[in-house]
Structures are given as structure tokens and as C-alpha cells.
Design a protein around this ligand. Structure first.
Ligand SMILES: C[S@@+](CC[C@H](N)C(=O)[O-])C[C@H]1O[C@@H](n2cnc3c(N)ncnc32)[C@H](O)[C@@H]1O
Length: 438
């Protein structure tokens, strides 16, 4: 892939080996982010690119494996093949890719890591040659016509999409199988969007503003048609800009923070929305997070964005309980609840491989407990924003309806509701409530 070549910092065969191992870890239940976080800095870009591609093209690569491998191969060989075959399935006409012989040669070398080396080498060599011919009659020509490939999801997930989105379910899966665009949020405390665009242009980086999502204007969002490493973004390390999906940027905009308001971000790590709220107003922020490991990321983000102040406090605690709370009611509360993450598959293609159907009722119950507790900590007249990055109504509209039924003092305000994933934004659910009376 063009991107891989630009960032290639270790031999392709090694990158394929590490990527295939990472995929094996995902298949045994580990999050890909966790696995990638353990790699060395020079390994990560290429391995991330290879694994993301392999997971996004899983449906197609496995049709081909089925067609050309008589017996189901051992998992480690299957994972290696899926990484290599994804290199043959180009993303678009600009994606020049590797020559067929390079991929075959490097994938065969990558088999060196496995016990049954000879068997694996022979199989990988034969299968990749057949696959390359099936995809392109003239080997080594630079471009295989792009296929629309739908993202792999397990049957229960697909059934839910079909049931809830009879018209859009396929569009959702196609949008999620594409490479997500790089979207930035300009730190308004440092630059206006126009000022920052000018800096990007000076550095030779193209960008275009995203002015609104779901009819809500976004003053800070920029889309970069060609992804660049964050280290190339002007002022990234001094906090000029963050990477954040445009759909996610709605949260702070909808909550509309004002100076000195006491605001709780109840599920805060890694701190993307906390930081956005602080960029918009000098509010008194309480960023709460249950997971101690993730908690540190909030401080790291606030440091980079120069947003630390006495007004911003990072707390460890459980939002569904009150043990951490000092009893002072909040003006506004953001609940960016733990959820299936079914809306952000374009940026986390491992999610469909990790989720189980039985996770959904457990998550739903956890979301209800957090909503119930947060409402008790909100001032009369205060505002609560409930967000999930899910496309399942069980974590979205069903929750908002349940919440309004349970709380007679909850007044529903205008909010986008279910936002489906598109080429430009991830899928989110947004519901806004005002507390009418104690
Ligand atoms: C969707 S993520 C939040 C993303 C974050 N708002 C951002 O924009 O960067 C949900 C977070 O909630 C945390 N969490 C889960 N259960 C929690 C609870 N009971 N109390 C507080 N945080 C919780 C998870 O560890 C996770 O970091």
C-alpha cells in the first residue's frame, strides 16, 4: 500500500509476521489497540496499517482462502494469509501497492516464524500466487479494481443492523470497511480554524473544513484528505490540534460549556471530550475515570494541549457510585458511556471480532446505572448529555426513552439522536436532558 511504503521502517516480511501475530491476539480476545501499544515506535505504523487492512478486508480474503485452500489452514497460517491477501486488494486507484512477487516473497519469508515452516511456506506461496491471478489476470499490473467490501461482523450484529436499519444496513458496513479519514480538532484557545489551515498549507498539507454534522455547526473540525503522521502537524506537541472524529466533536458543542460552570465528564479517558470542553470555556472541569491505566492518558492530553489549571481536576472513581463525589451538584454532566463501540469500527476494525451478543445487555445495565447516579448529582435546571459510540438502539434511543420514563423531571431537549457512520464521521448516539426541578 502507498501508506505502508511511506512509513516502511522494517522489512515487509517482519511486519507481516508481527501483523499476523497481532491478528491472532485479536482472535483470542485482545484489543488491537492494546497489542499495538506494546510495539516499538518504528514497528507500529506499518503493523497498524497491515492489521487494519487485513481486518477490513476479512470477508473478501476469506472468500479467497476458502476458494484456494482445500483444508482449513491452521490459524497462524490463516492470519498470515489474510494480511498478505489484503495487500493485493487495493483501496483505490491511487493505491499502487506492492508488486505481486514482492508480497509473495515477503509472505513466504514471514512463514519462517512457524513450526510447520515447510508446509506453511508451500501453502502460502501457492495460495498467494493463485489469489493474485484470480484478482488480476495480468500479474504485476499496478492496480486491482476496487471492490466494495463490506466490513465483517458476526451474524447477531448483522441481524441487528438489518432489523434496525432496513434501508441503511449495507451502507453502514461499507462505510465502516473504508479507511477512516484523518479529522482534526483545532484548539480554539490557540488558533482559529482559518489560522491553523494557513499553517497546514504552509507545511504543504491539504485540509478542508467540516462545517456541520447533523445540522450542528462545528467551528474546529478539519478533514485531511491525505493522512499524515501527527508529528508532521504544525504545533501538535504544543497543543495546537488534536485528532478527533467530527461526530465526536458534537459532544462539547452540544453541552455548550460556559466559564466557571461546574462540569462533570463522567467517563473521561483518554480525555478527548474533556479537552474539547476546556478549549471552549474556562469551566471547572471534573474528569472522572474508572480505569487507572486509562486515567493517566487524560493528564497527558491536557498537558500537551496546555489545558491544565486549578479548575481542571482528574479523578479516579466509578460514575455509577457516589463515593468519589464531594456533594457539590454539577451544572452540566457529560456521560460518554462505556458501550459496544459499534459506531467506530472504521477506526477500530477489531471490534466486530471481539464483541459478543451477551455484552449488549451487560453494557445496557451499566449505562443505566451511570445515568441514574449522574442524575442525582445534577443541579436542578442542569443539563445532561448522554453519548455512546454505538449504532445499536439498546445503547441509544432505548436508553433515552427508558431514562425519560424513569425520571419525571427529565425534559428532553433537541439533539441529533442516532448518527450513522458515513465516509466523514463515525456513528454516535446523542440525547440531551434538562433537569426540571429537584
Ligand atoms: C467511550 S470511553 C470515553 C471516551 C472519552 N470521553 C473521550 O472522548 O476521550 C468510556 C470510558 O469510560 C470508562 N468507564 C467505564 N465504566 C466507568 C464507570 N463506571 N465510571 C467511570 N468511568 C467508566 C472506560 O474506562 C472508558 O475510558
Amino acid at each position: 500500500m502507498t501508506d505502508n511504503k511511506k512509513t516502511l521502517s522494517l522489512p515487509l516480511s517482519e511486519a507481516i509476521t508481527i501483523a499476523a501475530q497481532a491478528i491472532s491476539e485479536v482472535m483470542s480476545g485482545r484489543s488491537l489497540t492494546e497489542v499495538l501499544d506494546e510495539l516499538d515506535a518504528h514497528e507500529r505504523p506499518i503493523v497498524q496499517s497491515l492489521t487494519f487492512d487485513a481486518l477490513r478486508k476479512w470477508v473478501r480474503s476469506h472468500e479467497l482462502i476458502k476458494q484456494f485452500v482445500p483444508k482449513t489452514p491452521p490459524p497462524e497460517v490463516d492470519h498470515l494469509l489474510s494480511v498478505a491477501i489484503a495487500l493485493f486488494i487495493r483501496n483505490d486507484a491511487d493505491d499502487k501497492g506492492y508488486a505481486v512477487h514482492t508480497v509473495v516473497d515477503q509472505a513466504v519469508r514471514a512463514c519462517g516464524e512457524y513450526d510447520q515452516t515447510l508446509y506453511a511456506k508451500g501453502l502460502v506461496n501457492a495460495v498467494l500466487r493463485k489469489v493474485s491471478l484470480a484478482l488480476q489476470p495480468v500479474a504485476d499490473k499496478p492496480f486491482y479494481p476496487p471492490d466494495p467490501i463490506a466490513m465483517f461482523v458476526p451474524p447477531w450484529w448483522r441481524a441487528s443492523l438489518k432489523r434496525n436499519y432496513s434501508k441503511d444496513w449495507q451502507a453502514i458496513l461499507f462505510a465502516q470497511a473504508k479507511r477512516a479519514p484523518l479529522i482534526l480538532r483545532v484548539n480554539q484557545k490557540q488558533y482559529s480554524r482559518d489560522e491553523y489551515r494557513a499553517l497546514l498549507t504552509e507545511s504543504g498539507i491539504q485540509s478542508k473544513p467540516i462545517n456541520a454534522i447533523a445540522g450542528i455547526s462545528l467551528p474546529s473540525a478539519l478533514l485531511l484528505p491525505d493522512a499524515v503522521p501527527v508529528s508532521d502537524l504544525p504545533g501538535f506537541y504544543s497543543g495546537a490540534v488534536s485528532v478527533q472524529d467530527a461526530g465526536a466533536q458534537l459532544a462539547a458543542t452540544l453541552l455548550n460549556p460556559q466559564a466557571d460552570e461546574l462540569i462533570l465528564d463522567a467517563c473521561a479517558a483518554p480525555g478527548g471530550k474533556t479537552a474539547h470542553l476546556l478549549e471552549l470555556a474556562d469551566c471547572q472541569m471534573r474528569a472522572l475515570e474508572l480505569d487507572g491505566k486509562r486515567l493517566g492518558k487524560i493528564g497527558g492530553n491536557l498537558d500537551r494541549l496546555r489545558l491544565h489549571s486549578e479548575k481542571a481536576k482528574v479523578l479516579r472513581g466509578d460514575a455509577s457510585k457516589s463515593a468519589w463525589w464531594d456533594g457539590v451538584p454539577f451544572d452540566k454532566i457529560l456521560i460518554d458511556a462505556p458501550c459496544s463501540a459499534s459506531g467506530i469500527v472504521a477506526r477500530h476494525p477489531d471490534i466486530p471480532f471481539l464483541r459478543r451478543e451477551s455484552d449488549i445487555p451487560v453494557l445496557q445495565q451499566r449505562q443505566r446505572e451511570i445515568l441514574t447516579q449522574a442524575w442525582k448529582m445534577l443541579k436542578s435546571g442542569g443539563i445532561l448529555l448522554y453519548v455512546t459510540c454505538s449504532v445499536f438502539p439498546e445503547e441509544g434511543e432505548d436508553q433515552a426513552v427508558w431514562f425519560a420514563q424513569e425520571h419525571s423531571n427529565a425534559l428532553r431537549l433537541d439533539a441529533p439522536g442516532q448518527l450513522l457512520p458515513t465516509d466523514a464521521n463515525d456513528g454516535f448516539y446523542y440525547a440531551l436532558f434538562k433537569k426540571n426541578g429537584p
